[in-house]
Design a protein around this ligand. Sequence first.
Ligand SMILES: [Zn+2]
Ligand SMILES: [Zn+2]
Length: 330
Amino acid sequence: MRAIGLDFERRTLAERSLPQPLEPREDEVLLRVHEVGICATDRELSKFRFGLPPDGESFLTLGHEALAQVEVGNKDWARGSWVAPMIRRSCSPACDHCARGRRDLCQTGEYLERGINRAHGYLTPFTLDSGAELLAVPEGLLDVAALAEPLSVVEKAVETALRAHPMEPRTAVVTGAGPVGILTALLLQLKGLEVTVFSLEPEDHPRVRLLRKAGLAYLRDRIPARADLVFEAAGGNLNLLEWVAPCGVLMLIGAGEENLSLQPIRMLVDNLTVAGTVNAGRAHFQQAIEDLGRIQRPLLAAMIERRDIDQWRDSFGGPALIPKIVHRLD
Ligand SMILES: [Zn+2]
Ligand SMILES: [Zn+2]
């Protein structure tokens, strides 16, 4: 059985032949993986910026945005069920938050993440998984289900920003037109906000055409008007606090490495909040699957380019024109 991942001895991306997984335990199911989306995290992993193999191993199977089907089920999951797995797994012994099912808020940082940190991912045709980590995907959403994991991260960020704003936010700016930026803009639009995306792509870029088709405003050469919510999804170093309206929230979801300059007086005079979120809880993941059915389907479909698994090397080079590359494994 083939597996695509990181060889930590040679420090290179590699394809390995691994034994087929064994029979699942009572709490597990055997999954047949159908599709895996690739994101900026995978590209960073492929440069060995972070990520670790499982303890005692030197290879990590990549892939954390998966759509799979139950091949061998258990009492909770019938054979043939379509599922999307959650990525993060509890630290051990579980901290308070992990014990309460919020691994996304882990207090120790010792959590596992499938396809990222000390647990194998899904770029392989078969894998075992704990039944408790799966969410059901309705058959009507299979064509866009590879977006469930990235949208779950966006759901958490949007929920956090809405909760942090003391009144009713009406306007939002999103920086970055990557998959997370576009999904953030589409979700905010679904919630009735007036959304502007700020990014660097030229007007004729497919991502910009997609944003225009969605009815979203797009700017690249001038700074947008101050907005109630500003989402940083570009990993850039713009002085974004200046873009936030009074009582507004600056939400950090792109992993920028530059320091952000805060202006304490403006922050308190204008009641500003700056926050960051990562990963997602089960409720966010469930909400993401529901919202995949609410966001205009042609827009979501236009975000995805499907590729055969044999083309996997091309997908780690850099961002493609189409925001989300999804590899088929069957
Ligand atoms: Zn990802
Ligand atoms: Zn924990």
